[in-house]
Write a new protein. Sequence first.
Length: 202
Amino acid sequence: MTDANAILSSMTISEGRLKHTLGVAEAAKELARVHFPALDEKTVELAALMHDYTKEYPAEKQFELCAHYGIELTEEEKTTPKLLHAKTAAMIASDRFSLPSDACSAIYWHTTGRANMTPFEIVIYLADYIEEFRDDPSCIKLREFYKKAMQKELDKTTALYKTLVRSFDTTIKHLLADDKLICSNTVQARNFYINQLNAVTF
């Protein structure tokens, strides 16, 4: 497996994207320490550094990489190429940098989420949303929501799941407001974690 310097030195991303990427790495390590201490911190950092590796590639290159790696695309993905960077980055993480499968899966699902995410997937997904440098109002609100939930809830998992649900709700609201397609995986993820919370409540 590679190291952080090898990934960082090979990146072709903007200064702003790099700042975000480093923020995700720090947030992911903190989330892992708090919620899933069994996760390997170094591997969490490497996955976080890789999560937006292809984010700034043009759509044509994304489709070329998908074809190269045999990634089958849904109709949603074909019309929303901005989702593809998660898949192509995951493949490069495995092929070029030899990251383990759980790390690559976390990269693969970091944009949409999915039902019943692994601990690693949760960490990268949520870190991408709440890292300290994201200044979009929705990200700031979610970051504050998570902090308050962690203070309020006796159970840290409940705080985590409530934050996940809030993140999915936020994404869905934005997509609805912009008349854009909503990825079915995001809807399924929202419903799954609502059911998880209801199971705890009752």
